[in-house]
Design a protein around this ligand. Sequence first.
Ligand code: FES
Ligand SMILES: [Fe+2]
Length: 474
Amino acid sequence: MRYMLTGADWSADEAYRMGLVQEVTAPGQQLDRAIDFAKPIATAAPLGVRTLLSSAHRGLSESEKLALSDIATGICSIAEKPGSSGISACTAREPRAGLRGALALPAHSAPICSPRYDNGSARTCSAVPSSPFSASTRCRDCSCGRRDAALTNGQNRRNQMKALDDEQQVNRLPVDDPGFHQSWFPVARARELGSGAVLGVDFLGTRVAVYRGPTGKPVVQSAWCPHLGADLSIGEIVNGQIRCAYHHWRFDDAGICADIPTGGKIPRGARIFTYPSAEAWGLVWAFNGERPLFDVPRIPGIEEREVAFEPHLRGVRPVPHWVPTSNGVDFQHLRTLHNLPTGAPEAIEVLDYSIEYHIETASYRQLGLITGTNVSAQYLRRAGVDSFMLFAGAPIDQQRTRSFFVVGVRRDGDGDLRLQIDGLRSFVEKLLAEDEPILNTMRFKQGVMVASDRHLSRYFKYVSEFPKYGPPGP
Ligand code: FES
Ligand SMILES: [Fe+2]
């Protein structure tokens, strides 16, 4: 069993999903509580002490962190705090040599910066609260020179889990790696983005402002103003540029500050990160990176202009974005869960940034396409009718996904298009309603697999190798 003692960094749901048992301890009591736990565990396994105290480290105050900064070498002396006992095994039973290196805490040559969480999503530096964090091993945004505690501890966590998994022979997907997949993510429905409107969207563990630039093209930018960190999404669009509500600094669609009303030279750092963006299938997409690695997601076997379609927001799901996408190559669940008389392809074609498959039977034809790790699209021909579906999710953070879907039929098809789209939407909503109770509550892992899971296994490998980035900022 792994035990995590924490202040407020992880919710009980997140801890449960990571295979951890969690206890939330009142502020100021974490150190004593950690030592209470360390004593009996140390008696049985020094390995457990290091794991426990490494986790406890996250929930401590700044002064307590300093007290524990030498924990890797001083673990025994900490446990010998007056009144503690039962730590003699600490020197008697060292971890195996192979595990020792993986579990050692880093030498903290720089103080740790514990980012604050604003509205549960945006991280800002604890030394300079107005400074948004990006994925760096250091708090580069505010130049405080501190380490990013979340990432430092994320690395520790992975090392600990790897060591424990090595022992337990458990396969684990890298769900808690820092950064997010470099993919095209849907941030809004295009129709929400009227001229002059600004949307604020929690995305990639941070927040973005979404609006239409001077040409009407969607713009997706970091929402944090580089002046004092105001949320730009509550600002206004002036001449196609976003203006901060606070001191009226204005930024163009490339993120460069175009105007500071008080005059003077505009500093070089007065800019906001601008994501590559696009509009397709009724959705506004943002690519997580400086340049797209691949094209905007599509539905196979058809061009957008040939389809009468509708985009829908499905809502927030408490799972990483790549979990619902796995449904696209989980062919057996179509029979067992959805009761659909379907088959599975002999093979799926795994490319660098997509997965394709093709099923041809006497009763239907299906082309499937997974793009990135968050978009699953299908063309289905059945009883002479063509249907088009796209399912896409965007990470709010590492554990929550905002989901969208698109349904469409041929523009030039026979019959009432409205009726056909409504019928397809009902079909898709029924499938989602069957999937969600399971996907939203499962403790997801790549467990014991059988031959019929081969396409799923290949998908998990593809996900684990997919490039990551950011989140970029500020
Ligand atoms: S905080 Fe945005 S202009 Fe001052
Ligand atoms: Fe499903």
